[in-house]
Design a protein around this ligand. Structure first.
Ligand code: ZN
Length: 83
């Protein structure tokens, strides 16, 4: 994928699957990003207890990604409309 550090980012998510709560994944292209409404700071109880600022890692590794009600990202949704 386009952005730097994808493997590290996925490894991070796999190590801390609770963080998926804050992630969106496009059903079509599989692109992963964090939900645009990601809180400024995720309370440790809702993410990874021993890591203080999980949101900081998420923001470092990912970009915001919104998906529509069908689970498609904006880019795929655009293609879908055009075809
Ligand atoms: Zn997509």
């Amino acid at each position: 994928m386009k952005y730097y550090g994808k493997n590290k980012a996925l490894e991070y998510l796999n190590n801390y699957p609770k963080l998926w709560k804050w992630m969106n994944q496009c059903r079509n292209c599989g692109h992963i990003g964090y939900k645009p409404n990601l809180p400024e700071h995720i309370h440790p109880d809702y993410a990874v207890p021993h890591l203080k600022w999980n949101d900081d890692y998420i923001r470092r590794y990912f970009k915001p990604l919104s998906v529509n009600e069908n689970g498609f990202c904006d880019i795929c949704n655009q293609k879908f409309i055009e075809n």
